[in-house]
Design a protein around this ligand. Structure first.
Ligand code: KIV
Length: 267
């Protein structure tokens, strides 16, 4: 029997029941299928695809058309997980009307059940507008990669009294605006735990310690597929890059020594 689909309200219930939420990024059909079948609760089609799929230095160049395309690959594969599509840089910063148009595209053309955007208090009007359109919206505060130039690099946020106060303000603002969940990225673990305790909506941490309601990782870090060494907060569960390289080297050798294809592999 097919398992019940994870929904935005279901995540809220998980928080109330103290059940932790697992979230992973996915960008294509085969990995989305594998992660969904493995029981991951939420699949995020993240604009991190700019880094890990496109090889860009930041997420800033990722376009709406690219996000719609990758969302459609992922949603085609998924039966149980909640699929969240990221709004890329430039698709919501310019105003509420454009935000709504682009959120609609992710839902209508990409097939996602929810969208995500970066920013706290300053994005409250956009979060509210999307939520009023009945599209569940996930917020993302702390280290927000689309703000790399303002932050002066990918730096841990929420340090010091002012940083902490600002993050708590952001967390409450996105909840009040109507976000159904919030990603807490790159912040001290005790601050993330405090945000989690204060909010009614679930928090999903990345580089934010154990005290969040759930955790998210970029799939390339989990699988050892990144060209860069994984960040300190990530845990690599398998060295898939090495496995793939070994397979490619073996194939190369077999082709060149005429061991492939064999008779059995020929018509
Ligand atoms: O784009 C992304 O993958 C993200 C996660 C790191 C939360 O925003």
């Amino acid at each position: 029997m097919r398992e019940a689909r994870i929904t935005a309200p279901a995540l809220r219930r998980m928080k109330c029941q103290g059940r932790k939420i697992s979230m992973l990024t996915a960008y294509d059909f085969p990995f989305a299928h594998l992660f969904d079948a493995a029981g991951i609760d939420v699949l995020l089609v993240g604009d991190s695809l700019g880094n890990v799929v496109q090889g860009q230095a930041t997420t800033l160049p990722v376009t709406m058309d690219e996000m719609v395309y990758h969302c459609s690959l992922v949603t085609r594969a998924v039966q149980r997980a909640l699929v969240v599509g990221d709004l890329p840089f430039g698709s919501y910063q310019t105003g509420v009307e454009e935000t709504l148009r682009n959120a609609c595209r992710l839902v209508k053309e990409g097939g996602v059940q929810a969208v995500k955007l970066e920013g706290g208090e300053r994005m409250a009007d956009r979060i509210g507008a999307i939520a009023r359109m009945d599209v569940p919206v996930m917020a993302h505060i702390g280290l927000t990669p689309q703000s790399v130039h303002r932050m002066g690099g990918f730096r841990v946020q929420g340090r010091g009294e002012r940083g902490q106060a600002r993050l708590l303000r952001d967390a409450h603002a996105v909840q009040e605006a109507g976000a159904f969940a919030v990603v807490l990225e790159g912040m001290p673990a005790d601050l993330a735990a405090e945000v989690t305790a204060q909010l009614d909506i679930p928090t999903i941490g990345i580089g934010a310690g154990i005290g969040c309601d759930g955790q998210v990782l970029v799939m390339h870090d989990l699988l050892g597929l990144s060209l860069e060494p994984p960040p300190r907060f990530a845990r690599q569960y398998v060295a898939m890059g090495e496995i793939v390289s070994k397979a490619a080297r073996m194939y190369d050798e077999d082709v060149k020594s005429q061991k492939f294809p064999s008779e059995r592999e020929s018509y």
